[in-house]
Every structure is written in structure tokens, then in C-alpha cells.
Design a binder for this molecule. Structure first.
Ligand SMILES: Cc1ncc(COP(=O)(O)O)c(C=O)c1O
Length: 382
């Protein structure tokens, strides 16, 4: 069994994917042009925004978005300590400073309750906070309306790190189109994945869209006329064609993922009450980039040891919160700084999840988990 079975997906759409790739090679249309534009149009329409700009990866998209916001050294951006490193990394790359706010333990997303206090404290300290960079973790958005409201009170921008949540719904609107900008990733294992790196930036703002288009090709608008300091951060045309071919099946795939998640939750709630299943807020839909449960502190590592023995795949997203990563030791934030994020890092466990997982495979995972928790409890009692 695989954690994400991309081979099965390829077998299902093989003809469409192969012919999309061959078309690009036949036309030698390798850099930008129609393949990228077609995907940009299709995804902008799907999200319901005016502009989509294909970029080299989710990380590139986040970096370009912050550059387009003209984030300067020494300025600050509020974000979550419980995410993939890229979210905070792009802030630090621009010599700005990530200011972490703890997560809501139920949804694993930024706790909007703590945000006003954090902002007031930073303002009092004379800091220049420019924006909020929330993450829609595991495929579910945080409370974006509340975040936008706080941002407008404090005069901040909001950029949604939607690298895990393309296709997720929030109050009948779509992730990526809920704030100033939204960025998604086409990393192969994402719900809408390429066969390499890729990403997209979404915005309704024509000036920001134009700036990102300019920055992704070395700051040029006309050939060899460089108006900005940019980088090479284009979406590869072959990747764009692959993503467009897969996009035809995206809605069915989301449905399959949601059904698989429902099946997992039902089985776990029936059989293993000590494991906490994911909570999806009533006004949202989740695309389950990860199906992530919580296992009480102390038990998780024993459970993973057993799963390894049984060759049942799993992953931990993420074992070390960002503020405790060596790369961010300069921030001087030790253990205890963000208790909910730190507890989550000790308790989360992601189970195999993709659109092609079968109920039989899910039962194998759950049986393994049931045995593993039994073994773990017995060891703890000894
Ligand atoms: C929350 C989050 N942000 C950013 C990224 C970076 O995306 P990419 O790998 O496409 O650069 C990822 C990808 O794993 C992610 O999960």
C-alpha cells in the first residue's frame, strides 16, 4: 500500500496525460505561452478570481506574493508555527520577521482569538506588522472572514497559503480566492498535483497580478528590459499541461477523498475512541490534502513503531513546529512558546489518503491502528 498512490491515478488517465505531454513536445512550447495560460484561465474561473499566475512552486508563489506586497527587511508578518517550513521561510528570505500566533487545537489552523492581542503587542513594541499569512492546513481554511476583518482593522494584507487546500470551500466561496492573494502548490502529492514542481498565485488585483507576472521572469515586462529584481519562477509548460489534464477529474477526486475521509472517521469513531478524527467546521469543506488524526501524547510514537513493523504507511505533518526548527533559532522562541502547536506536533498522524484508496485498504489501516493502540496501551500499563 502507498501513502499516496500516483501510479493508480496515472493508469486511470494515462491516455489524456500522455497526449497532453506529447502535444507540448510536438509544438516545442516549453516556456509559458498557451499551456500555462490555459491552466491559468481554467483555475481562475474555478476559484472565481480575475487573475491566476502560474509559478514554479508553492514556495515561489508565496515569495512572489510577498515581493509584490513590497515586504521590506525588518517588517513583520503574522503566521502559524504549525505548518510546512516554506510558509515562514519566505518571510525570513526577505529579511522580514515571522510573528507566530498559536493554533486552534481543533482545526490546527491559526487561532484568530489570539491574533488581535499579538498585533496590539507588536504595535505597542513599535514593530511594523505588514500582513497576515494564514495556512489552510490539511485542506481546510481557517476563519478567513475573521482574519480579513482583523487585517482591515490593523491595515494589513492577507495572503492565504493554500498550498494544501486548492478546491476547499469556505462559506460557499473557494480557497485561494478569499483574501488579497491565495497561493497553491502542484507538488505531486497535493490534491491537484503535477509530475514535478509547480504552483499558482490567485488574485483579483490587476496590479499585483501584473507585478507577479513580471517578477516570475526576472522582473521583465518586455524582452531584456528588467524593471524589477525578479527571479526565474515560471510554471513549466509540461507541468501545466499535466495539471490541466488532471483538473478534468478534480471534482470527482475531491469527492472520492471526502468519501474516504468519511469512511476512516466512521471506522475510527466506532473502533478506536482514543483516536481523535479530523474536525471540519460546519461552514467549510475539506479536500483532505492530509487525513490527520490525533493520538494522545505518548502513545503516538509507540503506534508509529507498530505501523512501521506492519508496513502500513503513515506520515507526521509536522514533527517539529516552525519556531523550534534550528533554522529559526535566531527568533529565540523556546519550547512552551506555542503550546497548542507543540502538542499537535507530538500527537498528529496522517494516514494514507488519495482518490484511489479502496475501502479494503482503509480497513487494513484501521485494523493496524486498532492493534497498534492496543499494543501501545499494554506497554504503557506495564
Ligand atoms: C502549507 C504549505 N506551504 C507551502 C508549501 C510549499 O509548496 P511547494 O512544495 O510547491 O514549494 C507546501 C508544500 O508542501 C505546503 O504544504
Amino acid at each position: 500500500m502507498k501513502f499516496v498512490d500516483l501510479g493508480r491515478q496515472y493508469q486511470s488517465y494515462r491516455h489524456e496525460i500522455d497526449s497532453a505531454i506529447h502535444e507540448i513536445i510536438k509544438k516545442s512550447q516549453f516556456i509559458l505561452g498557451k499551456p500555462v495560460e490555459d491552466l491559468e484561465t481554467a483555475l481562475a474561473n474555478y476559484v472565481g478570481v480575475k487573475h491566476a499566475i502560474g509559478v514554479g512552486s508553492g514556495t515561489d508563489g508565496l515569495l512572489l506574493a510577498l515581493m509584490a506586497m513590497d515586504l521590506r527587511p525588518g517588517e513583520e508578518v503574522i503566521t502559524t508555527p504549525f505548518t510546512f517550513i516554506a510558509t515562514a521561510e519566505v518571510i525570513a528570505l526577505l529579511k522580514a520577521r515571522p510573528v507566530f500566533v498559536d493554533i486552534d487545537p481543533k482545526s490546527f489552523n491559526l487561532d484568530t482569538g489570539g491574533m488581535r492581542d499579538a498585533l496590539a503587542a507588536r504595535q505597542k513594541a513599535g514593530a511594523k506588522v505588514r500582513g497576515i499569512l494564514p495556512v489552510s492546513l490539511y485542506g481546510q481554511c481557517p476563519d478567513m472572514d475573521e482574519i480579513n476583518e482583523i487585517a482591515s482593522e490593523f491595515g494589513l494584507f492577507v495572503i492565504e497559503d493554500a498550498c494544501q487546500s486548492f478546491g476547499a470551500g469556505y462559506k460557499n466561496r473557494m480557497s485561494c480566492g478569499l483574501s488579497d492573494m491565495g497561493i497553491t502548490s502542484f507538488f505531486p502529492s497535493k490534491p491537484l498535483g503535477a509530475y514535478g514542481d509547480g504552483g499558482m498565485v490567485f488574485t483579483d488585483d490587476p496590479e499585483k497580478a501584473d507585478m507577479i507576472k513580471c517578477l516570475r521572469v526576472h522582473g521583465q515586462r518586455a524582452r531584456y528590459q528588467h524593471e524589477e529584481i525578479g527571479l526565474n519562477a515560471r510554471l513549466d509548460s509540461i507541468q501545466a499541461a499535466i495539471v490541466l489534464a488532471k483538473f478534468t477529474h478534480f471534482e470527482e477526486e475531491i469527492k472520492a477523498r471526502q468519501e474516504a475521509a468519511g469512511r476512516y472517521s466512521e471506522l475510527i469513531n466506532q473502533k478506536i475512541p482514543e483516536i481523535q478524527t479530523p474536525v471540519v467546521m460546519p461552514d467549510r469543506t475539506c479536500v483532505y490534502a492530509q487525513y490527520t488524526v490525533r493520538i494522545p501524547k505518548g502513545l503516538r510514537d509507540q503506534v508509529t513503531g507498530f505501523l512501521k513493523q506492519e508496513s502500513i504507511p503513515f506520515a507526521i505533518h509536522y514533527p517539529v513546529p516552525v519556531h523550534l526548527q534550528p533554522a529559526f533559532k535566531g527568533l529565540g522562541l523556546g519550547p512552551g512558546s506555542f503550546p497548542h502547536a507543540e502538542k499537535a506536533a507530538e500527537e498528529v498522524l496522517s494516514l494514507p489518503m488519495h482518490a484511489f484508496i479502496t475501502p479494503e485498504e482503509q480497513e487494513i489501516v484501521i485494523d493496524g491502528l486498532e492493534k497498534a493502540t492496543g499494543v501501545a496501551w499494554t506497554k504503557q500499563l506495564k
